[in-house]
Design a protein around this ligand. Sequence first.
Ligand code: FAQ
Length: 314
Amino acid sequence: MLQEHFDATIARNDRIEPRDWMPDAYRATLVRQVAQHAHSEIIGMQPEGSWIGRAPSLRRKAILLAKVQDEAGHGLYLYSATETLGVSRDELTEMLLSGRQKYSSIFNYPTLTFADVGTIGWLVDGAAICNQVPLCRTSYGPYGRAMIRICKEESFHQRQGYELLMTMMRGTDEQRAMVQESVDRFWWPSLMMFGPPDADSPNTARSMAWGIKRNTNDELRQKFVDMSVPQAEALGVTLPDPDLRWNEERGHHDFGQPDWEHFMQVVKGNGPCNAQRLAHRQRAHDDGAWVREAAMAFARRSEQERATTERAAS
Ligand code: FAQ
């Protein structure tokens, strides 16, 4: 009966809400994906955050600060959405720090020049939008609703990145070279954000059947490539893929395959910055212990005061 109700809701493309019965495996898949997404937003603050103190102008600093703060907000909505599935924020943080839950591979690369801030906005937020717009229609209500606001903010992020790169491309030869070098480093890792090829993706089929994912990894990767090629042309940069060309018959671009062996190494924790990212997150967590303690003490005191006032009134 409960299963039938769940199946009918999914078949109608309606939302499953926290109060509804759901199969354990559906819940576990959501916790895995939404937590991984939340962790990505929080860890994803680090690569660009390292440039806030070194931004070349007040304007660029203000934009970058706002963008990085937005990512923190996305992490918080997504942690809240995950908590509606019955996992606490403490447990989620512990699973990230112990390596039991993942975060996106893309955040394990260094940001070597200020052009990387623009490239992350253009390509990484661009890939995030491709992946996340369909997630606004995901079958789990709190996740889908969080995605609506997140996608609006990601669009601003992508535009600010593109505008930064466009400004640099109109600058000196050195600045143009800096943009090209940055795009060369970030292109392949951006394609990896969509996950392994469909044939090697253990979760896609079931997540699609449950309406958690609305497109496969390869469909979204193709969409991203098709979207990025004209943007690269307008910018005047070359995408570092000799196999990239328009295929008239398919109506899409053909493109080369990322190094999937390298991707698996990054996912397993052996990327260029994995250790640094987790160590930094651990330090921030330890430094914040006093804030959590103070918040808990304040909540306990407020509760006691409320109970005292209620007793006095009755
Ligand atoms: N990195 O069977 P599948 C952002 C894992 S955007 C690390 O295909 P699934 C915005 C996967 O978890 C980035 N691990 O898995 C921003 C699974 O392992 P598991 C975050 C990856 O879930 C911009 C295994 O490989 N976006 O943060 C990756 O069906 C700038 C097999 O893979 C999201 O999380 C990867 N790239 O599809 C912030 C979007 N790919 O868990 C700051 C929501 C795969 O079984 C600055 N998530 N794996 O141990 C999704 O759409 C999906 O989870 C996929 C993976 C598409 C990422």
